[in-house]
Design a protein around this ligand. Sequence first.
Ligand SMILES: [Zn+2]
Length: 66
Amino acid sequence: MGTVMISCPATGAAIPTGIKTERSAFACTPVFFADTYCATCESNHRWFARDAWVEESRPRLEARAA
Ligand SMILES: [Zn+2]
């Protein structure tokens, strides 16, 4: 399992969305969008699935997909 991450459009910081999923499952997820609260900007950012990635919680058991 991993956490879906987005990049803050203002600072470029990685923000955890709180959504947990398998990377392989996320890759098959239909296009969607969501709002995630960004503590840096103190506001919500709207993001699309294609802009997000899955950060694995277990370190380096598999090669990161390019
Ligand atoms: Zn932000």
